[in-house]
Design a protein. Structure first.
Length: 241
C-alpha cells in the first residue's frame, strides 16, 4: 500500500512474526554452537539476529504490548539497514577478497540511515497495525533514498558475485566448493529480489515497500546461510574426546 506521501510497508501477522523469530534465532544459536567464531560465522549470526530483530520490532508495533510504536519502528529499521553491508561483506569473505574498500563504503552509507532512523525527528509520520500486517510510513524524501540504498547495494553485490563466480569457474574443480557458496548466496539474494519485483508488478503500490516485502522471505535466506553455505565454508568446532 502506498499513500501520497511516505512509504507504506506491509508485513505479516503476529503469529507469523513469532514463528519467523524463533526459526532465525534458533539458526543463530545453532551456528554459534556448531561452528568456530570465524569472520564468516560471526557475520552469519549477526545477519540472523538483525533479521529476527526486525520481526520482533514489528510484533511489538502491532501488539503494543511493550513500549511505544515509534521506538520499535526506529529499532526495526535500524536493524534491517545493516543487512545490505552484511551481504556484501559475506560475499567478500566467501570469495577470499582481501581488498575491502567496497565493504567499508557500504557500512559508511549504512551509518547514515541507522543514525537517521534512531535519532531523526521526522523518520516516520505514521504507524498502524491492520491485523494482518504493520504499516510504517517513512518520511517521503528519505523513503526514496532508502529504496535506492537497498536496491543499490543488492545490485552491486549481485554483479560482484557474478564476476567472482566466473573467476572461480575458470579455476576448475579446485574452486568448485567455493563457487557453490557464492552461487548459494546469490540465490539467497534472489529470494529477496524476485518477490519484490513480482509484488511491484502485481501491486504497484508496494514498489517502495522493500524491507517489508522482503521480511517474509528472510527466513529462507537464513536457512540457506545456516544449512548450505556454512557447511561448505564454515569451520566446525572441535569435539572434545
Amino acid at each position: 500500500m502506498r499513500e501520497r506521501q511516505g512509504t507504506t510497508l506491509n508485513c505479516f501477522s503476529p503469529p507469523v512474526m513469532v514463528a519467523t523469530v524463533i526459526i532465525e534465532l534458533s539458526l543463530a544459536v545453532y551456528t554459534f554452537m556448531r561452528y568456530k567464531m570465524t569472520e564468516l560465522s560471526r557475520l552469519v549470526i549477526i545477519t540472523m539476529v538483525m533479521l529476527a530483530s526486525f520481526q520482533v520490532c514489528e510484533y511489538f508495533v502491532c501488539t503494543g504490548s511493550l513500549g511505544s510504536a515509534p521506538t520499535w519502528s526506529r529499532l526495526g529499521f535500524a536493524a534491517i539497514s545493516v543487512l545490505p553491508p552484511l551481504g556484501i561483506h559475506i560475499l567478500h569473505v566467501l570469495s577470499g577478497k582481501k581488498n575491502r574498500w567496497l565493504v567499508w563504503t557500504a557500512y559508511a552509507t549504512m551509518l547514515v540511515f541507522v543514525g537517521f532512523f534512531l535519532v531523526g525527528n521526522n523518520a516516520f509520520f505514521g504507524y498502524k497495525c491492520t491485523g494482518n500486517y504493520v504499516i510504517f510510513q517513512v518520511a517521503y524524501t528519505w523513503g526514496g533514498w532508502y529504496t535506492a540504498y537497498y536496491y543499490g547495494w543488492l545490485g552491486v553485490s549481485f554483479l560482484m558475485g557474478i564476476r567472482w563466480a566466473n573467476e572461480l569457474m575458470n579455476k576448475g574443480k579446485k574452486a568448485y566448493r567455493q563457487l557453490q557458496t557464492i552461487r548459494a548466496l546469490m540465490i539467497g539474494w534472489l529470494v529477496f529480489i524476485i518477490p519484490t519485483i513480482l509484488a511491484s508488478e502485481l501491486k504497484p503500490a508496494t514498489q517502495r515497500a522493500i524491507p517489508s516485502v522482503m521480511c517474509g522471505f528472510a527466513v529462507l535466506f537464513a536457512l540457506i546461510l545456516a544449512l548450505y553455505i556454512l557447511p561448505r565454508a564454515g569451520e566446525l568446532k572441535s569435539r572434545s574426546a
